[in-house]
Design a binder for this molecule. Structure first.
Ligand SMILES: O=C(O)CCC(=O)C(=O)O
Ligand SMILES: [Fe+2]
Length: 319
């Protein structure tokens, strides 16, 4: 069966894990409790919802307004959003459009982005909103990665690992599909796994994101004001010797309303080799992947063979 046409369940709720507790610091009992929940949720689904009240409702509203303003710009202006990295700039495909901001946690880099779109004076308000939002999500990304590495007993590599990645922010807009019964026109983003380390997604009011479970059911991720979705990507799956899965997900536009979403992607830097530490390889867990560089993996993914593969990661790197 085509993976985009398997049954869908409306009532399912992914695990929700609370990261808002002030006492949530490495070494605390609260930390260990949350860490165990993170490990379990990722083993079961490769993703979970995180509530994190540091990212306020007001800030999310400002991000939403910024996205409305950005996507209203003329197409020729949006096309000035280019990056030295392939597929990091403006993309437009059917009902889907997205803008990309490299190093969104660095204010000067966000200023470079707004300068591309408003060459005269940039857009200070939008820059600051994007920067603040990214910085706060980075905090969450770091906590989750620390917990994952601790839970596998590889915490000695944490600093090296955190220093080996950059952050890309993507803003996404999906216009409502034509009013017909054609499933294909409702497909905002086809089924895929993320290729990076960790992705933090947020959908603004309008749902559409679906995640595939181990038993091949599509579950709808309901939009929530109070939480974001944390999802494991193929690069982290490879680093962990396949011990945690990177889930398939897609966007189906069932709503008549325009949908906006944001994604913060932690991505291995150029030159960094993704390789499982020895601690994760033993008789019970033989090494699954050869060491690789992220940019070579992405290059493969965009070839005909990469697009056709059931799992680009396995096709590219399996031993
Ligand atoms: O728009 C969304 O919620 C999902 C986006 C996504 O999966 C991606 O950009 O990889
Ligand atoms: Fe994705």
């Amino acid at each position: 069966m085509d993976s985009d046409s398997v049954p869908r369940s409306d009532s399912f709720q992914l695990p929700v894990i609370d990261f808002s507790d002030q006492t949530l610091k490495p070494g605390s009992s609260k930390w260990d409790e949350v860490k165990a929940d993170v490990r379990k949720a990722l083993e079961d689904y490769g993703c979970f919802e995180a509530s994190f009240d540091k990212v306020s409702v007001e800030l999310k509203k400002s991000v939403f307004e910024a996205m409305e303003e950005l996507f209203e710009l003329p197409i020729q202006t949006k096309q000035r959003n280019v990056s030295s990295k392939p597929f990091h700039g403006y993309l437009c495909h059917n009902i889907y459009q997205s803008l990309g901001i490299d190093d969104a946690n660095v204010l000067e880099k966000v200023d470079d982005f707004t300068q591309q779109l408003w060459p005269d004076q940039g857009n200070k308000t939008i820059s600051e909103t994007i920067h603040r939002f990214s910085e706060q999500l980075v905090e969450l990304d770091v906590m989750v990665r620390r917990m994952i590495m601790e839970s596998f007993g590889i915490e000695k590599y944490i600093d090296e690992h955190l220093n080996s990645t950059n952050y890309l922010m993507r803003f996404m807009k999906y216009t409502s599909p034509p009013d017909d019964d054609d499933e294909e026109t409702k497909l905002g983003l086809r089924s895929h796994t993320d290729k990076n380390i960790i992705t933090i997604l947020h959908q603004y009011q309008v749902g559409g994101l679906e995640v595939k479970t181990k038993d091949d059911k599509w579950i709808k991720v309901k939009p929530s004001q109070d939480s974001v979705l944390i999802m494991l990507g193929d690069s982290l799956c490879a680093l962990l010797n396949g011990r945690l899965p990177s889930p398939y997900h897609r966007v189906i536009m069932m709503s008549k309303k325009t949908r906006y979403s944001t994604g913060l992607f932690s991505i291995p830097k150029t030159g960094v080799i993704i390789d499982s530490p020895e601690e994760l390889v033993d008789e019970e867990h033989p090494r699954i992947f050869k060491p690789f560089e992220y940019k070579d993996f992405i290059h493969f993914f965009h070839t005909e063979a990469g697009r056709r593969a059931q799992s680009a990661l396995h096709a590219f790197a399996a031993l």
